[in-house]
Design a protein around this ligand. Structure first.
Ligand SMILES: Cc1cc2nc3c(=O)[nH]c(=O)nc-3n(C[C@H](O)[C@H](O)[C@H](O)COP(=O)(O)O)c2cc1C
Length: 295
């Protein structure tokens, strides 16, 4: 009995240690499994560029209200008559067919000629891209046109370094396998060769001359529409490009090109004439019946 009374505090201490140990262990396991869930979410969507969030919700941040422009501060807008061309039905059909034929010839071309392209043509296709609709007419795009060979080379260095990591580590077997038929890899010769690189930045918010911030609603969708129009405009003048979205290169390219913090790289288009020996994968497009639903 005496022995038991001596041992009781010791047993109690051992029991506390065991319970404490089990408690710590269970916390460890739950935090590891949480990390695993997050990691598996990230792993399952490796094409999501972590730098490319839309950021429209940025206005919701507390304590920053004074930094943002009040919509009442913007002026009233006049509404003016609008009457664009109207065509007879036959003409409409012909124009629809011709435009389809033109755009159906568009291909992503990864072999671009170094031949020079008139600068005015580039200015005009970008002017055309700038006609895109945008959320609340915020026009949240910046087109950076690079023709300087040294700058193009620096861009190539950044893209190739990141793309090698993308292909070797980040993209995973499935993605790399899906791309194999296109014969793409991290070597991007066209970044040196093409006479122009157009880097399209989305402005996640606007910065007004008085330094106040302005919400850019749906900025990513708006800029993507603008890029689509740019691709059509390039096709219209007989130039080629390949749509590229260099994963995780945005921050470095933004700094290299001295773009402000509110801009994020959305797309990089090398632009020029096709190389005389250019080839493209023999891809087929879906038939109309497979992409249309009439209700
Ligand atoms: C959002 C987007 C990202 C793309 N990224 C790349 C890219 O990083 N590298 C590349 O070589 N092609 C890229 N492409 C081009 C596609 O591979 C190409 O559009 C597709 O294979 C269909 O070929 P087509 O453009 O000749 O019709 C991209 C296309 C889109 C729309």
């Amino acid at each position: 009995m005496a022995l038991l009374s001596v041992l009781t505090p010791v047993l109690a201490a051992i029991l506390c240690l065991v319970v404490g140990f089990l408690f710590m262990k269970s916390r460890e396991t739950s935090s590891t499994s949480k990390t695993k869930v997050v990691a598996s979410k990230v792993e399952s969507r490796p094409w999501v560029d972590q730098d490319l969030q839309d950021d429209t919700e940025i206005t919701a941040r507390e304590g920053e209200d004074a930094d943002w422009v009040d919509s009442h501060e913007e002026e009233d807008l006049a509404h003016v008559p609008y009457s664009p061309s109207r065509y007879p039905e036959e003409t409409m059909l012909k124009r629809a067919q011709d435009f389809y034929t033109l755009l159906n010839q568009r291909r992503s071309v990864r072999f671009i000629s170094p031949e020079q392209v008139p600068r005015e043509v580039i200015d005009n296709v970008i002017r055309t891209a700038g006609t895109a609709p945008s959320g609340a007419h915020t026009e949240p795009w910046t087109f950076v046109v690079v023709s300087d060979p040294e700058m193009k080379h620096q861009i190539r260095m950044i893209v190739e370094e990141e793309e090698e990591m993308n292909y070797r580590q980040r993209m995973g077997d499935k993605w790399v396998h899906d791309l194999a038929k296109l014969r793409t890899n991290w070597i991007k010769e066209y970044l040196d060769v093409a006479p122009y690189l157009i880097l399209i930045f989305k402005q996640t918010y606007g910065i007004l001359p008085n330094s106040k911030k302005k919400t850019h609603y749906y900025n990513e969708i708006s800029v993507s529409i603008s890029c689509g129009i740019l691709l059509a405009a390039l096709q219209n003048v007989g130039l080629v490009t390949v749509t590229t979205t260099p994963l995780n290169c945005g921050p470095k390219l933004r700094l290299l090109l001295k773009r402000p913090i509110n801009e994020k790289l959305l797309m990089l288009l090398p632009v020029g004439y096709p190389a005389s020996d250019a080839t493209v994968p023999d891809l087929k497009r879906k038939h109309l019946d497979d992409i249309i639903v009439h209700i």
